[in-house]
Ligand binder design. Structure first.
Ligand code: PGA
Length: 303
């Protein structure tokens, strides 16, 4: 039997409409072209598939059998098309992610490894603070978010993948640098720079000191970790930042971590998406990659 997919498609349309005219309209072909293809098909299999009684077209017994297989073949072809689209999606897909300002210190490294493994992935990365991230999730403007633990009342799936210790930083010449087991109360005498309202680091620090019945002197609010680190280096005061932000300053001895009791404040990183969201192939692959490999790929400096 020598039959083509084009003939199957034409047969399927005629069998569905039981009309050559309507099939040819649907397929944007002329009626003689449709009749010719059906004739060739009947010739190939050696049996008539349709019979015409008066003006009406009927399927013959062979036509009905043929129709059954035709439906199964076209369902398989549709499925194959979807699989191919999904594969294309993975190789040429766009990954839209939004990450907390602090997570930007390690996310580019994750993306670099992921893109090397997955070829032609286009990435759109939005770096913003926690409050904006929650808004992006609620408004469905992003596939995935990397942030601290999101609030339980939102319908989100949040999977924890790595530690995020917050530490107290000082310039190397500070009076407390090198001291061991500094009591928390001692921080009372110091001035602190804190992150802006809406930052996850800021709210974790506030929760920690409220739980310890302490208020810090925080005359300076800075909208980025970089600004806090620069301020601490310049002697404006102390800061509390994620250990993830400090690799360079610690290696170059531009900043030191103070050994304060009850520190670090231990937070965790989560990969987050809206419950019920249909993640694209590429987003799903990135999610799995982060859960599987982030912990090993990213080494934290020692506290
Ligand atoms: P942020 O981030 O302080 O940069 O907002 C981290 C978080 O969500 O904990």
């Amino acid at each position: 039997m020598n039959i083509t997919f084009r003939q199957l498609k034409i047969f399927e349309a005629v069998a569905r409409h039981l009309s050559y005219t309507r099939a040819s309209e649907e397929l944007h072909l002329t009626q003689p072209a449709v009749s010719m293809q059906i004739k060739q098909l009947e010739h190939s299999i050696g049996l008539p598939l349709f019979e015409q009684l008066g003006k009406k077209v009927y399927l013959t017994e062979a036509g009905r059998e043929f129709n059954r297989y035709c439906a199964a073949i076209s369902a398989q072809m549709d499925e194959l098309g979807q699989v191919v689209d999904e594969l294309k999606g993975l190789q040429r897909g766009r990954l839209t992610i939004a990450v907390a300002t602090t997570a930007n210190y390690f996310v580019p490294r994750l993306l670099a490894t992921f893109c090397r493994q997955h070829g032609d992935v286009k990435v759109s990365l939005d770096v913003t603070n926690r409050e904006q991230l929650l808004r992006a999730l609620v408004e469905n403007r992003t596939d995935l978010v990397i942030m601290g633990q999101p609030p339980a009342e939102l319908d989100l799936v949040a999977e924890q993948f790595m530690e995020n210790p917050l530490v107290v930083i000082a310039p190397p010449g500070h009076a407390l640098a090198g001291e061991r087991r500094i009591p928390l109360r001692r921080l009372h005498e110091e001035t602190f720079m804190v992150r802006e309202q809406g930052s996850g680091t800021r709210s974790a620090v506030e929760r920690f000191f409220t739980a310890s019945n302490m208020a810090l002197s925080t005359p300076m609010e800075m909208s980025s970790n970089e600004a806090i680190k620069q301020g601490v280096e310049a002697g404006l005061g102390l800061g509390i930042v994620s250990l993830h932000t400090l690799a360079m300053e610690l290696a170059l001895r531009r900043l030191v971590i103070l050994d304060v009791l009850k520190f670090p404040i231990m937070r965790y990183w989560y990969i987050v998406y809206r419950e019920g969201k249909r993640l694209s192939q590429v987003a799903q692959a990135f999610r799995e990659f982060v859960l599987r490999e982030a912990g090993e790929l990213l080494e934290l400096p020692p506290v």
